[in-house]
Design a protein around this ligand. Structure first.
Ligand SMILES: [Zn+2]
Length: 217
């Protein structure tokens, strides 16, 4: 099976995780994967419901978002995904959702502080906020890349919009999106009850190093 055919199936299947973990409503949320060794990516088609996402309906574009293969138009977030792949060669997968708790932090423009070992493990520190950006040019992609490049986090909360997550492949980016929503919810609850306690930086560093070495291989 060719790399593209394989990724069409993987990306189609990973969209089911977005609905399973209730990260998306209607058609608003998307997964993409870089085709290794080629300037191509596989992404969700625009406006197709999650129940109807089959491998055949996935769309292949180049890394400028131009359609290469597929019967549907690519996701309206394709330009942002493509910008990330062009500027972050280590990234093999990108996910975007409007998952409610993470997006609530984005609405306040407030980073999620590193107050749980799970945040240190997966994100290596606080989860940063990216700039306000309108769809239609490179500004969302640029905001994602600039924010993630200044952080160890695999997730960025784009202000007044919602999260983008990245990973070495599409599955890792989906995992980050699921973990992000979970910690966004828990830290929200902690905030309602009082003041969450920050984890000291040296503990954050050792948690992150250990987790990435155990799970990152
Ligand atoms: Zn969006």
């Amino acid at each position: 099976m060719s790399a593209v055919a394989d990724l069409r199936r993987t990306v189609a299947e990973l969209h089911r995780e977005l609905t399973r973990y209730e990260l998306v409503i209607w058609t608003a949320g998307n997964v993409s994967a870089r085709v290794p060794g080629q300037d191509l990516m596989v992404i969700k088609p625009s406006g197709v419901s999650y129940d109807e996402l089959t491998p055949e309906r996935m769309v292949v574009t180049d890394l400028h978002g131009n359609l290469v293969e597929g019967d549907y138009a690519p996701s309206s977030d394709t330009a942002a995904h493509a910008y990330v792949y062009r500027h972050m060669p280590e990234v093999g997968g990108v996910v975007h959702t409007h998952s409610p708790y993470a997006t609530a932090w984005a609405a306040r423009g407030e980073p999620i502080p590193c107050v749980l070992t799970m945040i240190a493990d997966e994100f290596g520190g606080e989860i940063p906020v990216g700039p306000f950006a309108l769809i239609g040019d490179d500004s969302i992609g640029r905001g994602i890349v600039e924010t993630l490049s200044a952080s160890r986090s695999k997730a960025v909360l784009m202000r007044n919009h919602g999260p983008f997550t990245v990973g070495k492949d599409a599955r890792a980016a989906v995992k980050a999106a699921v973990m992000l929503e979970d910690v966004a919810r828990t830290v929200h609850f902690a905030h309602q009850l009082g003041k969450p306690i920050p984890i000291e930086q040296h503990h954050v560093d050792s948690l992150y190093e250990r987790y990435q070495n155990v799970y990152g291989q």
